[in-house]
Design a protein around this ligand. Structure first.
Ligand SMILES: NC(=O)C1=CN([C@@H]2O[C@H](COP(=O)(O)OP(=O)(O)OC[C@H]3O[C@@H](n4cnc5c(N)ncnc54)[C@H](OP(=O)(O)O)[C@@H]3O)[C@@H](O)[C@H]2O)C=CC1
Ligand SMILES: O=C(O)[C@@H]1CCC=N1
Length: 289
């Protein structure tokens, strides 16, 4: 009896190419290998310089400094391949004619992680009718706990394969495009605000006499616990906060110190500033390195 070929809709994203191998690409690649069960041999990374590719080669990925070689290799895997645009917005705009020449005939998934660059701008550069997904990840994908929001013009056939893959390392909501810059400020950049808060908590404990290593471990565990509690109990953060504040106790004295310093307003300003900055860097106004 003739063996039936496997249902194509059940096949996975087969080959992944990363155009740009900086901090974000590295976080994604590490996450996919360690937490997404992706074989390093199915990943190819392109960078401008050989030295930037070395850390990927050490993981067992292929590397190149020729973008055309990367596209050729991913194309060879058929329409189940994915190319991730992981260069800076200004680098993309500066080399737009090269990116158009490379990708205008690519029929796999084209996943942009570039802050600020809209679907319309991506289509202007690369062409219409491609399977383009605009996304904004954060670097916690490296530990399988990222936030990676995405927007897609139409749910093209095969999009769910990409969704399944990227959901292995992140909370992967599909949202309206107008929300992407806000989520960039909230989680793409927001993770850096949380690192700052962890450092500040640790500093406070060191000031009071705890050793730095233990202070940072406890600060990190406290932030993880707070996030998990908000998520799993689905309770308003201020209700949870009230349960920590005993009347006349220790916590309300700390909360008072935060209020006097304008803590809430500072965080709101930070998310606002990072959100609005997306529009500026989308015009190529960024230091290109
Ligand atoms: N970092 C983060 O937390 C986040 C970043 N992003 C987005 O990810 C993208 C990358 O950011 P990040 O990784 O931080 O930046 P990096 O500067 O760390 O990385 C940029 C990479 O692009 C490579 N590169 C530049 N031009 C080209 C080109 N023409 N062809 C191929 N490779 C090229 C560089 O190569 P070389 O090293 O050889 O110069 C470098 O490896 C940005 O668009 C950013 O908005 C989104 C969310 C979060
Ligand atoms: O700082 C940046 O521009 C990138 C985009 C979101 C997080 N990092």
């Amino acid at each position: 009896m003739e063996k039936s070929s496997p249902d194509k809709s059940l096949r996975k994203v087969t080959k992944m190419g990363f155009l740009g191998g900086g901090n974000m690409a590295y976080a994604i690649v590490i996450g996919l290998i360690k937490h997404g069960k992706v074989e390093p041999s199915s990943i190819i990374v392109s960078t401008r310089t050989n030295s930037s590719g070395e850390k990927f080669a050490q993981l067992g990925c292929s590397t190149t400094t020729k973008n055309a070689d990367l596209v050729k290799e991913v194309k060879g895997s058929g329409s189940d391949g994915a190319i991730f645009l992981c260069v800076k917005p200004a680098q993309f705009i500066e080399s737009r004619s090269n990116f158009r020449a490379l990708l205008s005939c690519f029929d796999g998934h084209i996943v942009s992680v570039m802050a600020g660059i809209t679907l319309e701008a991506l289509e202007d550069v690369l062409g219409k009718g491609l399977n383009i997904v605009r996304t904004i990840p954060n670097t916690a994908v490296q530990v399988g706990a990222g936030v990676w929001a995405c927007t897609v013009r139409n749910n093209y056939s095969g999009f769910e394969k990409l969704q399944n893959l990227l959901s292995t390392i992140s909370f992967f909501p599909v949202v309206e495009e107008r929300l992407i810059d806000i989520i960039s400020g909230l989680s793409g950049s927001g993770i850096a605000f949380v690192y700052t808060a962890i450092q500040a908590l640790s500093d406070g404990a060191v000031k009071m006499g705890l050793d730095r290593t233990l202070a940072t471990q406890i600060a990190a565990a406290t932030v993880i616990g707070a996030g998990k509690t908000v998520k799993e109990t689905e309770t308003h953060p201020y209700v949870l906060r009230d349960k920590v504040c005993s009347p006349g106790g220790t916590t309300i004295y700390g909360i008072h110190a935060l209020d006097k310093a304008g803590f809430n307003g500072i965080i709101v300003d930070a998310v606002e500033a990072s959100t609005l900055r997306c529009k500026v860097i989308a015009q190529g106004k960024q230091e290109k390195k």
